[in-house]
Design a binder for this molecule. Sequence first.
Ligand SMILES: *[C@@H]1O[C@H](CO)[C@@H](O)[C@H](O)[C@H]1NC(C)=O
Ligand SMILES: *[C@@H]1O[C@H](CO)[C@@H](O)[C@H](O)[C@H]1NC(C)=O
Ligand SMILES: *[C@@H]1O[C@H](CO)[C@@H](O)[C@H](O)[C@H]1NC(C)=O
Length: 333
Amino acid sequence: MHIMRKSLLVYLSISFVLVDAFEPVTTTVIVGATGFLYPLGKKIYNYFRETCNDDWIGFNTTGLEKDLERKLFGQHIASRVVLKGVTGFMNNKSPKKPLVLSLHGSTGTGKNFVSQLIADNIYKKGMTSNYVHLFTSTAHFPHPSQIDTYKVQLQQWIKGNVSSCPRSLFIFDEMDKMPLGLIDSIKPYLDYYDNLEGVSYRHAIFIFLSNAGGQNISQVALDFWLKGKDREEIQLKDLEAALSLEVFNNKNSGFWHTSLIDKNLVDFFIPFLPLERRHIRACALAEMAAQGLPLDEEIAGRVADEMIYSPKAERVFASKGCKTTRSKLDYYT
Ligand SMILES: *[C@@H]1O[C@H](CO)[C@@H](O)[C@H](O)[C@H]1NC(C)=O
Ligand SMILES: *[C@@H]1O[C@H](CO)[C@@H](O)[C@H](O)[C@H]1NC(C)=O
Ligand SMILES: *[C@@H]1O[C@H](CO)[C@@H](O)[C@H](O)[C@H]1NC(C)=O
C-alpha cells in the first residue's frame, strides 16, 4: 500500500515538473488540480489501507445472526448467547467495561469458528484485520518459566493495540494451556475502569477459548440423550454452574483461581455442546458448499461414519467434532 501512495506522489510531482517547464497558465491549472487530486489520492489510499474508523469497523447484526444460523451446527445455546452478548455490547455507545466472553467445549465444536464469525461481522477484513489479535498459548506462551516476560509483553501489546484502536479484538486460544497466572496480568484491562494511564479499554473485546469444562458439558448432553430428551431442551442454566465451578477449580483451565471469575469480569460463559453424527454431516455439506463442490449426501454420510464417537458404550458424540471433517472430505473428493 505504501508503494501505491509513493507512486501517486511521484506521479503528481512529475506532472508538476513537466508542466513547470511549459507555460505559467497551465501550471496554475495543474496546481489547482493537485489541490483536488491530493485529497482524492489520500481518500483512495485510505480506501485500501485499513484504518480504525467506521469505514473498516462496524457491526452487522443480521450478518452475525445469519452466519450463526447457517454456518454453526448443533450450538443452540452458544449462538443465542453470542448474538445477544455481542449485539448488546456493540450497540452500547458507552459500555462500562470491555466485553469478555469465555467459550468452552471440547475440540471441534466451533469455538474458533464462532470467534471468526464475530470478527467477520465487526471488521471488514475479518480475522486478517490489524485490530484482531489472536494469541495461541502453545505458540505465544510456550514456556511456563518465562511467565514474567510474558506478563510484561502481553500488557504492552494490549495497551499498545488498544491505544491505536479502541475497538480491538483479542482472542486467546488454548486457555487451558496458558501458564498459570498469566491471565491475571491482564485483569485491570477487563475491569470497570474509566481509563488506565489515559487509555480506555471499554470498547475492546476479549474472547477466551478453552477445552476446560468440555467433559462436564458432554456429561450434561449425554444425560439428556439418555433420558430421550431433545438436545435443544438443554438450557444455559443446566450448564452454567457446573461450568464456572469446573473452570475455577480445574488446575488445567488457565483460569485457575483467577480473580477474573472472582470479580465477575467474564460477562458470558458460553458452552459448546458435543456434536452428533447429523452435525458432522452438516459440517461436511457446508464444507462442500464452501469449496464450491456439488453437495453429495452420500459422501457426507461416509465422512460422518469415519469419525470416532464417544462414550464407548453409547457412541453419540464425535470425539473431534467437526475438526477433521475437511481432511476427511479431501480424501473422498
Ligand atoms: C450484513 O450481513 C448481511 C447478511 O450476511 C448482508 O446481506 C449485508 O450486506 C451485510 N451488511 C453490510 C453493511 O455489510
Ligand atoms: C499489537 O499486538 C501484536 C500481537 O498481536 C504485537 O505484535 C504488536 O506489537 C502490538 N502492537 C503494539 C503497538 O503494541
Ligand atoms: C466435571 O467433570 C469432571 C470429570 O468428569 C468431574 O471430575 C468434575 O466433578 C465435574 N465438575 C463439575 C462441577 O460437575
